[in-house]
Design a binder for this molecule. Sequence first.
Ligand code: UGA
Length: 446
Amino acid sequence: MAPKITVIGTGYLGATHAAAMAELGFEVLGLDISPEKIATLSAGEVPMYEPGLEELLRKHVAGHPGASGRLRFTTSYEEVGEFGDIHFVCVNTPQKHGEYACDMSYVDSAFASLAPHLRRPALVVGKSTVPVGSAERLAALLTEQAPAGEGAELAWNPEFLREGFAVQDTLHPDRIVIGVTSERAEKQLREVYERPLAEGSPLVVTDFPTAELVKAAANSFLATKISFINAMAEVCEAAGGDVAKLAEALGHDDRIGPKFLRAGIGFGGGCLPKDIRAFMARAGELGSPQALAFLREVDSINMRRRGHMVELAREAAGGSFLGVRVAVLGAAFKPDSDDVRDSPALNVAGQIHLQGGQVTVYDPKAMENARRVFPTLGYAPSALEAARGADVVLHLTEWREFRELDPAALGEVVTGRHLLDGRNALDADRWREAGWTYRALGRPRA
Ligand code: UGA
């Protein structure tokens, strides 16, 4: 009989994983400690914007007309313990307040709450991004605290989904990594991922520490790649080069590849920034701080981008933000997401506002979240309205909608036709032809 699956923590990762498991044919019970979240998901609604996720949820959530009914939600650990053969732990691990290290309290409390309800053999699978060494500790905790004892086994299975592509990445992962200590655990996970494996997703079977490290290493590599091209943007600006052309040329080298070489205001979100910091902190604890010292530079190049964007905006505004109207296009940390956690766009908007600029923000999906984080900024219902009367327009999140804007139409409502492209994603010629000054990070002025 197919194993029954539970998913603990129904944030980005968990909600997507739960819906994907139901799509793969399993009976799934999702748990969250927030009753509001459970009520929303049970009603077939997703509390964040993620393309395709709501459709997938509605296809399976019990009680929704026409749904398979394979997916249910609860707040009860007891029910989860009784129901599941395989429990995926998907709670978040944010950065600790005032420290680089990651806050393990949600993971720890999920394991502590689950363990006493594991009365029969079960596999607990950690998916959260954790400091290396956590799995070993949590495996011991399970054996100690679960009534099933040795029957409560742990596996580590990091998740590589990208926001905006979460459903696609979960159903068709580019690799599946599992850290296991028994053949039984490997067999069970092969069964869970039978479909993606049959489709050709590669499987890497390894030990606990390697599985935990793969995740931290992957995000560190991506962050490094982005900061590398942003460092090149700084040099290009100093030398009069064009970073977009440079990236294009580098990308033709198969060993480098063209992806994640888009220079701009840098990376943000709930993962890359906090993951590189937690990785550095952990390397320090393990006695090899030097190994990851370069990540400090990766972080600092990245954070510098935001300040640089503010300086370019100040320059475009004539040297001061006082009395200057600034339109900001984009608030999400990246397109196709309403996530504003550590968003470079919102950070730049906030800095300009705090320095006396009158900032009006528009984002296709992240308005509500942005307003919650930064209620003192101005918000407009469209790009055109945000730009009305603006002295300077900043393009800070590369939504498709912004690439499709008509420079002439926008030109009619602004006070000054000054565009700064913080994402190197707009067609410079189109804007210049419509009478705009167009400037982008790491590129020549005209
Ligand atoms: C990232 C990883 O890409 C996922 O593989 C990983 O699973 C996830 O973190 C996680 O740990 O959960 P995500 O945070 O959704 O995914 O965002 P990315 O697509 O990696 O983008 C991160 C940031 O880099 C964004 O702010 C984006 O605008 C920026 N970026 C990306 C650039 O500035 N330049 C680029 O060329 C690419």
